[in-house]
Design a protein. Sequence first.
Length: 554
Amino acid sequence: MWFELTYTFLGGMGLFFYGMKILSEALQSISGDFVRRVIRSVTDNRIMGVLVGIAITALLQSSTLTTVMIVSLVNAQLMSLAQAIGIIFGANIGTTVTGWLIAIKVGSYGLLFIGVGVLPLLMAKHRVIKQIGHLILSLGLVFMGIQIMTGAFKPLRESEGFAQILSHFAANDWLSLLACIGTGAVLTMLIHSSAAVVAITMALAMAGNISFQTSVALMLGGEIGTTITAIMASIGTSTNAKRAARAHAVFNIVGVLLLASCFWLYVDFIDKIVGGDPNAFNDAHERPWMAAHIAASQTFFNVIATIVFLPFLKTLERFVIWITPDAPVKETPHLLYLTPSVDLQAPALGLAMAERELLNLADITGRAVDATEKLLLAKHFDQKAYDKIHHYEEVTDAIQKEITVFLCRIQQAPLAPDQTLLAHSIIQAADELESVADYCAGLARALSRLNQGGEAFTEPALADLHSYTRAVMGNYRELLAALQKGEPLDQRHFEREKEALAHEGNRLRDQHRQRLETRNCTPIAGMIFTDLIVGLRKLKGHTLDVVKALSIQA
């Protein structure tokens, strides 16, 4: 019996996990743009934060993944601690969607869902229709997995040894209640999925092996156990990221403790508002009302906990700041914050993070542009500006490589055509921004050669160089301002600017050649002047290429 039970349970569990995986992929593929817009909409409004958390987790089908993503965003300084706590509240509510998916006619129509879903998946040509088929098929696999696990657990009702073990987890008194909560917490820590623990709990309960109140206690344990992944993800991150992970743990643990203090009243409350007797059997020797009761108990717990905690969001923020003080040594701000744990599991979120990192890259490149302009316009060689330019060039090179590697991993996951296009667009734009910084460093080196050789430009040459420098650098700042404001990029405008600057560059080179011919300028200074004009033209060309790359997916 035990061998058959084990492989049947593992098979059902495998179907459930695979179904949940492709369900998440299908939802993200259909709603990828929506997820990106949701992330951008995050504000300090606590209600909006809760709604964002609900939406993202409902689409990802994983509160653990949402929380890990939040920790990474806080670590990247792309989200404040208060914003993160609000989204964590919502994530706990969003994860209850999984329980309701399981509770809706569990197993009864699993094969029908598989049959209906596989036809458009194999035969349809339109991407959205194929993804809908993918979604229906995944629901069928989830339902079938639960049905198989429930069938595997049925023989356990006749096992006296198993019944004796379960007698210690009946949740009839405080000791057995704490044992159930602890068991649920440990299982979730081991599996790293509260949804899986809820599924196992439902399968055991529907098969008649555990009571409704035992199921609720195991579910509460899962709420504690699910916080361990975020805690682990925060190891080695910034202080604020650690605070976000601990806020999640405090919220869940305190919520469970408060509910445990009135546990049996809560069980009676759920029993009264949800129709049917959860412990009653039907003709198939299953409990048809059990799944809905368990799903309702999880939903009401998280909704009530959020309502209770929401007015005290700032208090919770102050508490986690108190228990997680600032590091004794000032932390060095990092420039790379793309989280590998997010890319393949949540490509839509990974793309949104890559967009934010690209804006960060554009900003750092802008600092290199500013420092280069300062160096070129200075009366005397500015060593500090020179050093800054080379520092920014090294930073942009590292960020560009990280963005490229990150997005190459994302493209290994199933992506919608527009998501693939966006990934290519970001990779190309990052490469062009890094090239802008490279040319800034090249301009700085050229001016350094002039300084080391004791050479100097004539006043007319300096006037031409300063005028051209302001025009080229101003063009990049125009691009950066549009990116920071989220405004659409006018490619034709930038093309006209490039053409005008190209003509002006040619004019300046011809004019300088005349100065060389009349010996108003030394050969070395003339060569360096030409290098600077060419470098500025190339820089302007890469600025336009950034615009072209980002206009592809607009």
